[in-house]
Design a protein around this ligand. Structure first.
Ligand SMILES: [Zn+2]
Ligand SMILES: [Zn+2]
Length: 436
């Protein structure tokens, strides 16, 4: 059958059990952010286009090539959010969150949109979680933001990742470095791509974002910012490193890592995984001490990170881990032919109200087909009721994992089933799904 409608390129449908695993990964990550004292913030998926132009930067790839922007029917330019930090800082200012006490520690989880070329691990709609600590410049805040990803990776049992760290300086020390970089780029100009020639003139730091091989080679010898940092930035960077060491989080320094956004100051970091190919960064972030001011608010320092859930799930799968094998149903209520169906549905609803996940047939199936459906739903127990049993006030309960069955009085079925589910441990389920 030729389908008329398909999901747009670079977007995904998630179906069971992947959908449940996805949710579980997001919940695990959010749980860790709560552990670190962050509170959830929910902002719109659309924002004014200007917000991103102003914050991310006019000459970044995101703004020049990747945003989904449109003029709405009222003539207002809107953009599907390509990242989470600018919206959170915008909301921080608009909602006057500073008055509720600083720092404000906020986390978010939701879809982001960038019109990039789809490839393994890169989507046009992707799901990010992230956190922002707004109001403090203490390097402990940077280390804490970095620690969240490390904590999550360890919690999931992941290995083979490394943390890369850099400081991109401040408005005192960066201009001199950018000028120095600009001079360097003039010397290697011939090996730069058309985009990088423009970047070299407009915003030399952005040349580090180029994925072009000849550009990457050309800038491999570029001066790093390390030596150019002012005493204040050096001290701050040392503080971040000291806290990471005390947290036993190993890191490497990459003096040319700048991240693809203009708003970063001081700390920039990335967590990269081995064996993921070109899209090996799973989480990253940095400090943005001028962003609030740039957006028209009072000068307010901040630091944050974001993490791509799809990529994280790729790593979980690549490492053969399956920490979120979703449970199936607790109970399937099956009726033999001729059983009073209304009564079955009453029992079904009673089970659900008692907290037992349960389902029953709505397709007029025979008993054998109902058993098959129970299996498909990965039901733990099946309650089988026929007309005679109903008459006697009894039901048969079968444990599908253990192939055992027993009889219970229907009147006591709900507490008995609950009790059984609570006591008996389910044997490790074999994963019936191909995607692992
Ligand atoms: Zn500085
Ligand atoms: Zn280039």
């Amino acid at each position: 059958m030729a389908l008329k409608y398909r999901a747009p390129r670079g977007t995904n449908d998630l179906t069971y059990p992947s959908s449940e695993k996805f949710t579980a990964v997001v919940e695990a990550a959010c749980g860790i952010m709560s552990l670190y004292g962050y509170q959830r913030i929910v902002t719109p998926i659309i924002e004014s286009t200007d917000l991103f132009r102003r914050s991310i930067g006019e000459s970044t790839d995101i703004v020049t090539k990747e945003m989904y922007s449109f003029e709405d029917r009222g003539g207002e330019w809107l953009t599907l959010r390509p990242e989470g930090t600018a919206p959170v800082v915008r909301a921080f200012l608009e909602q006057g969150l500073a008055s509720k006490g600083l720092p404000q520690k906020l986390y978010y989880a939701g879809p982001m949109f960038r019109r990039e070329r789809p490839q393994a691990g890169r989507f046009r709609q992707f799901f990010q979680i992230g956190a922002e600590a707004i109001g403090s410049r203490d390097p402990f805040g940077d280390a804490e933001i970095i620690a969240i990803s490390d904590h999550l990776f360890k919690h999931l049992g992941l290995e083979g990742y490394s943390l890369l760290l850099n400081s991109v300086g401040c408005s005192d020390c960066r201009p001199a470095y950018v000028a120095q970089l600009g001079e360097f780029l003039t010397r290697v100009r011939d090996s730069l791509c058309v985009d990088c020639k423009r970047r070299a003139d407009e915003n030399p730091l952005r040349v580090f974002d180029c994925k072009n091989e000849s550009c990457r080679q050309a800038v491999a010898e570029a001066p790093g910012i390390g030596d150019a940092l002012c005493p204040d930035c050096t001290e701050h960077f040392d503080g971040v490193k000291r806290h990471l060491e005390r947290m036993s989080i190993p890191f490497g320094i990459d003096p040319r890592m700048v991240r693809g956004l203009d708003y970063y100051t001081n700390t920039a970091f990335e967590f990269q995984f081995e064996g993921l190919g070109a899209q090996n960064t799973v989480s990253g972030g940095g400090r943005y001490d001028y962003l609030a001011e740039e957006l028209g608010g009072p000068a307010t320092p901040g630091v944050g990170y974001s993490l791509g859930i799809e990529r994280l799930i790729m790593v979980i799968q690549a490492q053969g881990l399956d920490p979120f094998n979703p449970p199936g149903l607790d109970l399937y209520v099956a009726g033999a032919p001729g059983t009073d169906r209304d009564r079955l549905l009453e029992i079904l609803m009673e089970m659900r109200r008692a907290g037992v996940s349960a389902d029953a047939d709505t397709m007029e199936r025979g008993l054998k087909a109902q058993m098959k459906q129970a299996d498909r739903l990965r039901a733990r127990l099946v309650m089988i009721i026929g007309p005679d049993e109903l008459e006697r006030g009894e039901a048969t309960v079968r444990d599908l994992d253990r192939s055992e069955q027993w009889t219970v009085p229907i009147k006591q079925a709900t507490p008995r089933v609950k009790d059984y589910l609570a006591r008996a441990e389910r044997p490790p389920a074999e994963d019936k799904d191909s995607d692992g």
